[in-house]
Unconditional design. Structure first.
Length: 366
């Protein structure tokens, strides 16, 4: 679904240029009659003068495109990497996690709707300096940085210098994303030092069309495939929503797409939905999640997981060769970790695809 114009009155637009969170965007093209075409995400909005794109964070001022969220953070806190969820990326670590405002999707069950459904107001905030955020991460004892809560792609102009600074300080960088950034944006992120990408797949084509603002799910799978080829560590999450994408046909489609796009060793998480925002269907049945897990295993996914069912055995990592329990989790904590230092199963010595080292400070949490 091509979204060409999203008209929003902004007055006076020139006053916004005085604010520290307003910077010229990196990825756009100038068009005739002072229009611009944004190339940050796959919406690729064509934006008229004095108007914003779909995400409400990009503004056309006199034929140039500006971001309204340079360092404009709506939240920042240390969180376990498993909560994202990343299960094969720096296990047991914490990431200083940040977000901005608004989103380029319109999911009606959004868990973070207070952030994703709120447009930024540059007049009311100042910009966080990338140097300050790196210092915060070091002071808090975090091992990395993560853009999350709402779509972090919208912060990319600010994240690029942040990621470069973090990389120099040996902090990892990752996004929790809907996977709708352009290839151009993805390349810039990789060049800045970022190497982790968790992508939320909402369902099949019909799910995106009806519930997510008309995005194209094929572009999401394409981005996951490109990220793997670029060297990102990728994990895929599918939120299974009751009576939306929980039927067997949809689940098989997602599993098939996963195997084709990112391969059998890429983790695939099936996450339990709870009613939120404007959607009130019942919570996902655990039996439905378990069925999806079994279907994925049968199809050849080596590392399927269940999410939002704390204490379930399918939160754990098992060796796909001998069945040894390699990582035992309880919620967002690791309570047992058996993967060897050279990232192999201790029993049969099969390699285990894990990025980064295990952080033992979380080893005994219960």
């Amino acid at each position: 679904m091509a979204l060409k114009h999203f008209l929003v009155e902004v007055s006076p637009v020139h006053e916004l240029l005085r604010h520290s969170t307003v910077r010229e965007a990196l990825l756009y093209k100038k068009l005739r009659r002072n229009k611009v075409k944004c190339s940050l995400c796959e919406r690729r909005c064509v934006i008229l003068p004095s108007n914003k794109g779909v995400c409400k964070t990009r503004l056309n001022i006199d034929g140039s495109l500006y971001t309204l969220v340079y360092g404009n953070l709506s939240a920042i806190e240390s969180r376990p990497i498993e909560i994202k969820p990343f299960f094969h990326y720096w296990p047991g670590s914490t990431a200083l996690t940040f977000s901005t405002w608004s989103c380029n999707f319109d999911c009606i069950w959004c868990q973070n709707h207070r952030l994703s459904k709120t447009a930024p107001n540059p007049a009311n905030v100042g910009s966080y300096a990338p140097e300050k955020v790196v210092q915060m991460a070091k002071r808090f004892g975090d091992e990395g940085l993560c853009g999350s809560f709402q779509e972090p792609t919208l912060l990319t102009e600010w994240v690029l210098p942040l990621s470069k600074l973090a990389h120099k300080q040996e902090l990892y960088g990752c996004y929790v994303s809907n996977g709708y950034m352009t290839t151009e944006a993805l390349k810039l992120l990789k060049e800045s030092g970022m190497d982790g990408l968790k992508i939320d797949v909402k369902g099949d084509k019909e799910t995106y069309k009806k519930y997510c603002g008309g995005a194209d799910v094929e572009k999401v799978w394409k981005k996951a495939r490109e990220a793997k080829k670029m060297g990102f560590h990728v994990e895929i999450v599918n939120l299974i929503v009751t009576n939306v994408n929980d039927d067997e046909e949809c689940l098989r489609w997602i599993i098939k797409k996963h195997l084709k796009a990112v391969g059998q060793e890429t983790p695939l998480h099936f996450t339990r939905y709870y009613p939120a925002y404007k959607f009130h269907n019942p919570s996902t049945k655990v039996e439905t999640l378990e069925k999806a897990y079994a279907m994925a295993k049968e199809a050849g996914v080596l590392y399927p997981y269940l999410g939002n069912v704390h204490g379930h055995k399918c939160e754990n990592t098992y060796c796909p060769n001998c069945g040894e329990k390699l990582i035992q989790r309880r919620g967002y904590a690791i309570v047992q970790y058996k993967v060897t230092e050279d990232k192999k199963c201790p029993k049969c010595h099969r390699p285990v695809p894990i990025r980064g080292r295990h952080i033992r400070k979380w080893h005994l949490l219960i």
